[in-house]
Design a protein around this ligand. Structure first.
Ligand code: NAP
Length: 493
């Protein structure tokens, strides 16, 4: 563990000073009614980074007024105009990589190199949907009975509410905003209270990219439920896209039902990662490390259960444990740090609770297994072996740098165990036998499978889950569908 900063550097203060901390409503930044604010903390040091507006339900309603009023103008922009705004947004995000990455590292805790990667990933959604904005199609055809003509056209769904989690402060918003803009929808974004600064900076850049007033509104708030609840009940809202925990997602689906809102749910995961005897060991170790340690394990795609076939188990465990044990832990701004702070103390307590439960039931600690330091919220990169069936971390999202390893004999046993979870977001398979790779991928109950790859998210592919990991897709040709209605016009032949 390296030293933690006891105060912000001049450069950090300068970048923080460039972040708008008010609410973005109808193209204007303004304080919350009553001037309430909520603090944002650096989880590595406990230092307060900024205070952002604490929106009231009235402020949220003003954001919906703006999104509703701005919808017609947004829909009237030509596809090419929307495409140009998106391309400018991608360029601006890329130009501001260093500021955005630093903000993300400061408020979330992950290493700067990873934050830069998230900026590039977020920008890639604006780039991808700048292309999709001019490509989505309708249909004109003869009716089946030959007596008529059918015109099928696509229209924007309308004002959309986006509620995003803290773990990818830029990308989770970008994956919703870019297709919504491409389709011609206005939006209201409610970022997580732990990490709102990156989204506020993104909002400033999107305005600079040329979004009309009212097209994007951002509300930050201490109380998510009371702020967004009235919006979900309002008939003018047409769409809710949520990324976060399954528990909150279920509540939101229920709240959205009376209004029959179109809903997309990107929820929790419990990813299995299967390593077969015939895997390339180097590829499997590297892939497992990336799948586990990206975002410090605070990712819905994080490998939660590593299942290794007996013939390769000893070699894999030795190599993987050595790699995990070597990771440098520290504040994400420090050179060479591979594992930053967890987002808050609750997160560390939950990780420690799950590890303690597993070890109390018989799991062995191959490395880590402890909190690190006394300042900030750090937990060591941890490998657990001999994890028993009843360990809670096999069923619950760990959301931290902890890798439980289990050994299996038969392919069918690995598939059964991989599927023995309520979640179905992503799974990983490592094998050099392509037939086996395809067979196992088909049998896995998940929306996505990585074959010999530990990181698969990409703007050009449909990201999303099945089972309790939710529904809807972000990215790919499918991503824009979440924001389009289908209208059919019938006419005589
Ligand atoms: P969370 O607690 O569900 O919160 C997500 C967002 O919902 C935050 O903005 C939160 O606001 C808000 N929220 C909480 N309660 C609400 C309510 N009653 N009504 C309206 N909004 C409410 O999740 P998290 O801890 O931030 O994120 C981690 C979870 O997200 C994990 O389960 C992870 O797997 C999942 N995730 C899924 C994906 C995916 O694509 N499938 C991607 C990333 C993360 P506050 O911040 O104010 O609490």
């Amino acid at each position: 563990m390296t030293t933690s900063a006891s105060s912000l550097t001049a450069h950090e203060r300068e970048v923080l000073a460039g972040v708008p901390t008010d609410l973005l409503i109808n193209g204007q930044w303004r304080p919350a009614t009553g001037n309430g604010t909520v603090g944002v903390e650096d989880p590595a040091t406990g230092l307060e980074l900024a205070r952002v507006a604490d929106a009231t339900p009235q402020d949220a309603m003003a954001a919906l007024d703006a999104a509703h009023a701005g919808q017609a103008a947004m829909a009237e922009l030509s596809p090419r105009q929307r495409s140009t705004i998106l391309q400018r947004a991608a360029d601006l995000i890329t130009e501001h990589t260093e500021e955005l990455a630093l903000l993300m590292t400061l408020e979330l805790g992950k290493p700067l190199a990873e934050s830069r990667g998230e900026v590039a990933y977020g920008a890639s959604f604006f780039w991808w949907f700048s292309g999709e904005a001019v490509r989505f199609k309708g249909e004109f055809k003869q009716s089946a009975d030959g007596a008529g003509r059918t015109l099928v056209s696509r229209q924007p769904v309308g004002p959309s509410l986006f509620i995003t989690p803290w773990n990818f402060p830029l990308a989770m918003g970008a994956r919703k905003l870019a297709p919504a803009i491409a389709a011609g929808c206005t939006s209201i974004v409610k970022p997580a209270k732990l990490t709102p600064l990156t989204m506020l900076k993104l909002g400033q850049l999107l305005q600079e990219a040329g979004l009309p007033d009212g097209a994007l509104n951002i509300i930050t708030a201490a109380s998510a439920g009371s702020t967004t609840g009235p919006l979900i009940e309002d008939r003018r809202l047409k769409k809710l896209s949520f990324t976060g925990s399954t528990e909150v997602g279920q509540k939101l689906v229920e709240a959205a039902a009376p209004n029959l809102l179109r809903v997309s749910m990107e929820l929790g995961g419990n990813a299995p990662l299967i390593v077969f005897d015939d895997a390339d060991l180097d590829v499997a170790v590297e892939g497992a490390y990336q799948a586990k340690m990206r975002n410090g394990g605070e990712a819905c795609t994080s490998a939660n259960r590593i299942l290794v076939q007996s013939g390769i188990a000893d070699a894999f465990i030795e190599r993987f444990t050595a790699k995990m044990a070597a990771v440098k832990v520290g504040r994400g701004t420090e050179e060479g740090v591979g594992l930053g702070s967890m987002v808050d103390q609750d997160q560390v307590d939950k990780i420690a609770e799950l590890v303690d439960d597993a070890t109390a039931k018989g799991a062995k600690v191959a490395c880590g297994g402890t909190r690190v330091g006394t300042t900030g919220h750090f937990y060591a990169a941890t490998v657990l072996t001999d994890v028993p069936d009843d360990a809670r971390l096999l069923q619950e999202e760990i959301f931290g740098p902890v890798a439980p390893i289990r050994v299996f004999e038969e392919e069918s046993a690995a598939v059964d165990e991989a599927n023995a979870t309520e979640y179905g977001l992503i799974a990983y398979v490592f094998t050099q036998d392509l037939a086996r790779g395809h067979r196992v991928a088909a049998a896995l109950e998940s929306g996505m499978v990585g074959l010999n790859r530990g990181v698969i998210s990409s703007a050009d592919a449909p990201f999303g889950g099945v089972k309790h990991s939710g529904y809807g897709r972000e990215g790919g040709a499918e991503g824009i569908e979440e924001y389009l209605e289908t209208k059919y016009l019938s006419m005589p032949a």
